[in-house]
Ligand binder design. Structure first.
Ligand code: AMP
Length: 608
């Protein structure tokens, strides 16, 4: 029978699981470990190493050992996160041809999905060794907060690894699935996931009939265990500098050793109250004298150094609950996921915040892969009762005239989903429209992420606003977006599956936005807007007529000048709302315009 594996492709470690005879099980690797480091290396002889053996040689081959590729996947070269990785990683990160990120190992350059594919392939082999048969299908997990580009790139990685990724699911959903599977429970749970590179918090409702409905999800794709390590490294480097006047960060090999020891010390401090970092011959003093690093670290030191990081996760929990309109008390179970949740301080703070002890008996490193395997088996075998209702983590929309972002699918909408809106042309006889598909939360288009673009041509000739274009967004169960635009009159259509590889720089995006003015669309004006527009335009006209007179009358007084400035502000805001076709803002401005008009009339009547 065909098998499908579940893979948790982690930043630091990866894990593979399968459902056997109805029971989800983690598959150990050849070394007997249930998780495999997400590390890839190429040796001097050109041999590729993955997992534990890559990790073991990382110190002596730091430049050719990749870790945390997940932090780079689907990201653009020009992003700040990549700049940060370039500055801190021991391996070489280079710019790809599409503003994408590449990694150099020895004399070959790899794309990030290629590197992730090596890890996925390793997981595939682990499963095949165990099962004694070939495996070609997988469910792969990603952080809920991954955007479309990151999901696509993960799927690409699967394909490169020779795996048919039948579904991408979110890590917290997978965790909840593993937790609630077969339990016949009906409750609200929070999944707090602090891994090596990312933090996620998700609120889910688990229904008795195998329904897992995500209510809300949020997180930070650049907050994780590595940041805890970095604090410890900085502290050790600082201490060493004070003692010996030497900067260990200047020495790649020393830095790599320090990284390893810092992480090890951090993990040890989860079990013991103090530990020692001991690195003999870490660096040479320059007087052919080797120096050692030896330092005692207490658990409280680590807690102090990383307090703000833990606080940040709690703040995200708070805002997520608030935005979802859920009280802390409504959360009935808290599931901890990710290796970092082994840190006692993290557990304490989570327990304190939710006022309840997190669930025991859920293995934070394995729960995600187990959930993925359950989803995999449910997709293959229809008798398994599992329905996942996930949500989209980002708002999706298009750019409209004026460079504004018009939302089509709001954040935290249950997927799969499809939404349509009707837009109109902005110029007379406009023959084409360009649809810029974007993801993000800002109402300024340029501040959001551009996912893709396409042009719908051959519109019929008509005055502005008369041609109606229906734009439909669809998000499938993998969280991957496709968009169609249709001329409602002629039926002409265009569609794209948004691809991650467009790789544009912010300047290119700005250029595209400027250039696309020619092809812009705007929201179809509703009756409500039409009414408001007429009223606002009448008020603007009337106030405009009174303006010179009022200005002349009040010219002498500071108070009067201030009032004139205020009135100008009101007019500007009203014009802005008109331009954006923002009904709510316009209504607000109408009231302000009415006040201004009364004030102006009052001034004139008193003097005249
Ligand atoms: P994950 O991405 O879920 O594999 O989480 C990996 C992160 O958890 C890494 O930053 C590890 O250093 C960290 N981690 C693993 N075990 C522990 C532990 N016992 N205590 C503290 N952190 C840990």
């Amino acid at each position: 029978m065909e098998k499908v594996i579940g893979i948790d492709l982690g930043t630091t470690n990866s894990c593979v699981a399968i459902v056997e005879n109805g029971t989800p099980t983690v598959i150990p690797n050849r070394g007997g470990y249930k998780t495999t480091p997400s590390m890839v290396a190429v040796t001097e002889a050109g041999k590729r190493l993955v997992g534990h053996i890559a990790k073991r040689q990382a110190i002596t081959n730091a430049e050719n050992t990749v870790y945390s590729a997940k932090r780079l996947i689907g990201r653009k070269w020009s992003s700040p996160q990549v700049a940060n990785a370039v500055a801190t990683c021991a391996f070489r990160i280079v710019e790809g041809p599409h503003n994408d990120v590449r990694i150099q190992l020895r004399d070959r350059i790899y794309s990030v999905p290629e590197v992730s594919a090596m890890i996925l392939q390793e997981m595939k082999v682990i499963a095949e060794d165990y099962l004694g048969q070939e495996v070609s299908k997988a469910v792969v997990t990603v952080p809920a907060y991954f955007n479309d580009g990151q999901r696509q790139a993960t799927k690409d990685a699967g394909q490169i690894a020779g795996l048919d990724v039948i579904r991408i699911i979110n890590e917290p959903t997978a965790a909840a699935l593993a937790y609630g599977f077969g339990k016949k429970i009906d409750r609200m749970v929070a999944v707090y996931d602090l891994g090596g590179g990312t933090f996620d918090i998700s609120l889910l409702e688990i229904g008795a009939h195998g329904v897992f409905k995500v209510i809300s999800t949020a997180g930070d794709t650049f907050l994780g265990g590595e940041d805890f390590d970095a604090r410890l490294i900085d502290w050790l480097v600082e201490g060493f500098k004070n003692e010996h006047g030497l900067d260990l960060k200047q020495d790649r090999m020393a830095l790599q050793r320090l990284k390893d020891s810092a992480e090890k010390a951090k993990c040890e401090l989860s079990a013991v109250k103090e530990t020692e970092v001991n690195l003999p011959f870490i660096i040479s003093s320059g007087r052919s004298e080797a120096l050692h690093l030896q330092r005692l670290i207490k658990r409280e030191d680590l807690e102090k150094l990383t307090k703000d990081l833990v606080d940040r996760t709690i703040a995200i929990c708070q805002s997520t609950l608030h935005e979802a309109g859920i009280e802390k008390e409504e959360v009935e179970d808290v599931i901890l996921v990710g290796g970092m949740t082994r840190m006692p301080r993290v557990q304490e703070q989570v327990a304190e915040f939710f006022a309840r002890e997190p669930c025991k008996g859920v293995h934070p490193d394995e729960v995600v892969a187990l959930g993925a395997s359950i989803q995999g088996s449910a997709l293959l075998d229809e008798s398994t009762e599992v329905v996942l209702l996930d949500v989209t983590p980002h708002t999706l929309g298009i750019m409209i005239v004026g460079g504004y972002f018009e939302e089509l699918i709001p954040q935290n909408t249950t997927v799969p989903t499809a939404r349509s809106k009707i837009f109109t042309t902005v110029r007379d006889n406009q023959s084409a429209v360009k649809i810029l598909v974007m993801q993000g939360e800002s109402n300024r288009a340029e501040e959001n992420e551009l996912l893709g673009e396409f042009i719908l041509t051959g519109l019929r000739k008509a005055p502005r606003g008369q041609v109606e274009i229906e734009v439909t967004f669809e998000i499938n169960a993998d969280g991957i977006v496709s968009v169609h635009a249709k001329d409602l009159e002629t039926g002409a259509q265009q569609s794209i599956t948004v691809t991650a590889t467009s790789g544009l720089t912010p300047d290119e995006i700005k250029e595209m936005i400027a250039e696309s003015k020619e092809y812009s669309v705007e929201r179809r004006s509703s009756e409500e807007f039409e009414g408001a527009r007429q009223e606002a335009e009448k008020l603007l006209g009337d106030i405009g007529k009174l303006f010179p007179k009022v200005e002349e009358i009040v010219a002498g007084s500071d108070f009067g000048k201030e009032a004139i400035e205020k009135a100008r502000g009101v007019l500007d805001r009203a014009r802005g709302a008109l331009e954006r076709k923002d009904v709510d803002a316009l209504k607000e401005q109408i009231e302000a315009l009415q006040r201004t008009q009364r004030m102006f009339k009052g001034v004139i009547s008193k003097t005249g």
